[in-house]
Every structure is written in structure tokens, then in C-alpha cells.
Write a protein that binds this ligand. Structure first.
Ligand code: ATP
Length: 333
């Protein structure tokens, strides 16, 4: 059941400030491939000038949402508006308002970064001089000026992503979809990409990004929609989502599998992580609760190798909503 913390109307009750217009709205999106249901009734709304993160594990359906909203895929049911244009009625107008980067990147590796950019300028029918000016400015802004004359296939992952976004910006879109902008990037490139997103938002661009990283959604997004198995299971600000979780937890980690197994059977009410040899117990992290927890562990003869206290974070939200510890991560954090 989705939590109810999303704005639904652009006509507020008297006395309340008007909500910003929606840059993106989708109602009841469904998509199946054969008998595999990929999206099972997705509603989404992104106010103009904000960042919305669509958060979910591999295969949740994030890319399918982005493909539908960018008119690359037609939904089986449901409707969507982008920049005020109904996708079923005016797909061209919607497409003209957006920029899309991500898993279906437009970067051509065989030509230079600058040539890729100039091609985009041509596609957008910019006059030659204007095109060159815009391209030079964007290459500078995205720290690609030094590499501009090198083939894009020689770029690092982070440079390629930056080039991809810079190419998108040649058309000055007011709405940008970023599909997993930092997957596979090293921590430094990830942070650079976060700065890029923040700069876009400071310029008034609306961003819908997909991510499987809870910390990324937490860092960047005004609103987070948690997508799991084709359904939005919660939506709200990071703080609102964290409030869905009653408390934090204590994690006990064991080095010895036998000690782990005996602790797990002594502490029946805990959540097990057999792979990490770790047990998770609900706790608010207060001194009083920790003292009684330690007394209890002593009384049942449990001695962990490591004890850590976690205040609620988005990992806990995901766990509470989906019953799984967290979306699968790749080696970036
Ligand atoms: N064209 C297609 N034909 C068949 N199945 C598809 C097609 N496109 C996507 N799927 C399936 O739909 C599900 C959701 O895919 P999608 O790419 O939207 O997920 P995702 O949340 O973006 O995950 P990832 O992080 O792996 O990209 C997956 O199980 C995928 O295999």
C-alpha cells in the first residue's frame, strides 16, 4: 500500500499557497512483456523545479518508467503528462521538452566529445556560431574542455556520463530524466555527478532520476518514490519516508558461523542475514534500551564480535516496505 504523502492537486484550498505545476504526472501506468508484468499501476507526480528519485532494486521497472515518460515505449494502460503534454496526444511536444540520459546513452565513442556535442547542436538546428559557443561553454562547465578533442571511447565512465548530460543540455530541456546516473561510477565521480544534478536544479531544471542507491536518493531528491516489483510502495520526502520506520536497529555481527547460529536460535525474534553472519534487532538506540539489550544478550550467552547501532535511514525504510534488507548495490560506496 503506498503511503499517502504525495501532492495530488494543483488547486489548493483557499489560503494555501498554490502548489508548483507538475512537470511530470503519471496515473495507473501498466506494462507487461508477455506474461511478465513489469509495471502494475504506477502513479507519479513531479512538481516543476524539483528532483524526484525513483528508487528501486534491479528489475523493479525504473527504466521502463523512464522509457514510457520519454515516449520510447507505449504503456499498456494508464496516462502520463510531461511538461503539460499528454503523451498519448502530443508525444512530439513532450519529447521536445525533455532530455534523457542513461542506459540508452547517445554518446558515439568513435568521434570526439566535441564532435558529439556539435552533432547535438545540429540536431537542435542551432546556428553554427551559436552552436559552437554553447558547446564550448558546456564542455567547460562539465570539465571536459581538455578532453574535447579526444575520441569519446577513451573517456572514463564519469567523463562519459558528464558528456551524455552535456549533450542533453545543448537542447536546453526544462525536464531531464537521468536513468541510474551513477551506477558503476567510483565514489569521486559519483560526487561530481551529484554536483552536476544540484547545478541543474539550481538552474530551475526538473530532474527525475532513477537510482538503486538509497544514499543518492537521500542526498539529491526532494521527493522519493520507492518502486518495487512494478509498484510504488511509498512516496514522500526522505524525512517523511524515514518517519514510516518506527525506530533504528542494533546489528550484531559474528566471525564464527557456529556462534552466529547459536545466537540466531537463542534470539528468535531477530532478522537474520546468513551471508554476513549478522543479526538485526529493533532498537531506538537509547542508552536505556542498549543497557537492557546488553543485559539480555549476556543472560542468553550471546557474545557478538561487533555491535553497531543504526538510527533509521532509507535502508530501514526499504526493509520495512519490502521485507528485504536493501536494494542490491554495486561497488561504488
Ligand atoms: N523489452 C523487454 N522485453 C522483456 N522484458 C523486459 C523488457 N524490458 C524490460 N523487461 C523486464 O522488465 C523488468 C524491469 O526492467 P527495467 O529495466 O525497467 O528495470 P530497472 O528497475 O530499470 O532495473 P535495472 O536497474 O536492472 O535497469 C525486468 O525484469 C526486465 O527483464
Amino acid at each position: 500500500m503506498p503511503s499517502s504523502v504525495m501532492p495530488t492537486s494543483s488547486s489548493p484550498p483557499p489560503g494555501r499557497p498554490a502548489a508548483s505545476p507538475l512537470a511530470v504526472s503519471a496515473v495507473g501506468l501498466r506494462k507487461a512483456y508477455g506474461d511478465k508484468v513489469v509495471l502494475d499501476g504506477v502513479d507519479l507526480s513531479v512538481p516543476a523545479g524539483t528532483v524526484c528519485a525513483l528508487l528501486g532494486p534491479n528489475g523493479a521497472g525504473k527504466t521502463t518508467v523512464v522509457k514510457i515518460l520519454s515516449t520510447l515505449v507505449t504503456p499498456d494502460a494508464g496516462s502520463a503528462r510531461v511538461a503539460g503534454h499528454d503523451l498519448a496526444v502530443a508525444p512530439q511536444a513532450a519529447r521536445a521538452a525533455i532530455g534523457v540520459t542513461g542506459q540508452f546513452s547517445a554518446v558515439d565513442g568513435l568521434i570526439t566529445g566535441e564532435e558529439n556535442m556539435l552533432l547535438m547542436a545540429d540536431l537542435h538546428h542551432l546556428p553554427r556560431r551559436e552552436g559552437r559557443r554553447v558547446v564550448a561553454e558546456l564542455l567547460e562547465r562539465f570539465d571536459l574542455a581538455d578532453a574535447a578533442r579526444k575520441p569519446a571511447q577513451s573517456y572514463s565512465g564519469g567523463m562519459r556520463r558528464r558528456l551524455d548530460i552535456a549533450m542533453t543540455l545543448v537542447g536546453s530541456p526544462r525536464i531531464i530524466f537521468l536513468d541510474e546516473p551513477t551506477t558503476g561510477l567510483d565514489p569521486r565521480s559519483r560526487r561530481t555527478m551529484w554536483d552536476v544534478v544540484r547545478a541543474l536544479v539550481a538552474d530551475g531544471v526538473t530532474v527525475l532520476l532513477t537510482t538503486q542507491y538509497l544514499d543518492e536518493a537521500d542526498e539529491l531528491a526532494d521527493r522519493i518514490a520507492v518502486l518495487n516489483e512494478g509498484r510504488i510502495v511509498a512516496e514522500g520526502s526522505a524525512d517523511a519516508l524515514k518517519r514510516l520506520v518506527p525506530g533504528g536497529h542494533v546489528r550484531l555481527r559474528f566471525a564464527d558461523p557456529a556462534a552466529y547460529r547459536s545466537a540466531a536460535s537463542a534470539l528468535r525474534e531477530v532478522t537474520r542475514d546468513d551471508e554476513a553472519l549478522a543479526l538485526r534487532l529493533p532498537s531506538d538506540g537509547s542508552q536505556r534500551e542498549l543497557r537492557s539489550l546488553l543485559d539480555w544478550l549476556d543472560s542468553v550467552g550471546v557474545e557478538a564480535d561487533e555491535l553497531t547501532v543504526h538510527t533509521p535511514d532509507l535502508d530501514d525504510v526499504f526493509f520495512a516496505l519490502t521485507g528485504r534488507p536493501e536494494p542490491r548495490r554495486e561497488a561504488t560506496s
